[in-house]
Design a protein around this ligand. Structure first.
Ligand code: ZN
Length: 233
């Protein structure tokens, strides 16, 4: 079975629609979303609607949590706060209640899913060092743990190897970001797992950044949130 793991859509409808087309082309059977469906981008409702339609497991990310009032806004940078405040004004009551209802972690199909880290999924820490990664391997029992949050794809092996995926070995896999990649590549990113062979690959999908950037400006979100999409930063 092919499973797509998406994260950090961040209200970028154009990127998300292209990813969903790719998911269909690849004949993916199951789609999981690791959270941050809203925040930064201009189409929070449309993205929440599509997530609800297409994803069988959806988690709450820090921006979703900030929007529904579970995470204080002083935990976000200036751009994050502006976008959350704007989103609060447009997200429907129903979608707010939906985001509020989402879990911080899930274990479908023998996979661990979290937005930030398996150690404390609701504390929004970043796995940026080998030491942090090692501590986190002790915090989940499955072979694979999928994460998002940094918007930078990486595969960390339990043996410390970076970006050397071996089917059957334990890994923490960051699937990157659909709606705001920060690894220098503006194309949308998501993870693809074949549960039959154990193979994993990162998929990149081109989308019209200009369309999202224009919408960011049209709704009055900060210009920086449009600019960074072109750079993938
Ligand atoms: Zn994010």
């Amino acid at each position: 079975m092919l499973i797509a793991v998406l994260s950090d859509i961040h209200g970028n409808l154009e990127a998300f629609k292209e990813v969903l087309k790719k998911v269909e082309d690849l004949k993916v059977e199951t789609v999981y979303c690791l959270g941050d469906t809203v925040g930064y981008g201009p189409f929070p409702n449309e993205c929440v609607d599509l997530v609800r339609e297409h994803c069988t497991v959806v988690l709450k990310g820090n921006h979703d949590s900030g929007l529904v009032g579970d995470t204080p806004l002083d935990d976000f940078n200036h751009y994050g706060v502006s976008a959350i405040q704007w989103s609060k004004g447009v997200v429907t009551k129903e979608n707010c209640a939906y985001l509020q209802s989402l879990p911080y972690s899930a274990e479908p199909n023998g996979l661990t899913l979290v937005h930030s880290s398996p150690e404390r999924p609701d504390a929004w820490s970043y796995i940026l060092t080998m030491r942090a990664a090692q501590e986190n391997f002790a915090a989940f029992k499955t072979t694979l743990c999928f994460i998002g949050h940094t918007h930078v794809p990486i595969i960390i092996g339990e043996d410390g190897a970076i970006n050397k995926y071996k089917p059957g070995a334990r890994h923490i896999i960051n699937v990157g970001s659909v709606g705001q990649p920060r690894d220098g590549n503006p194309d949308a990113a998501f993870g693809l797992l074949d549960t039959t062979t154990g193979d994993y690959s990162l998929i990149r999908v081109h989308y019209e950044v200009q369309v999202t950037a224009r919408a960011v400006r049209d709704v009055g979100l900060p210009e920086f949130l449009a600019q960074r999409l072109f750079q993938g930063s």
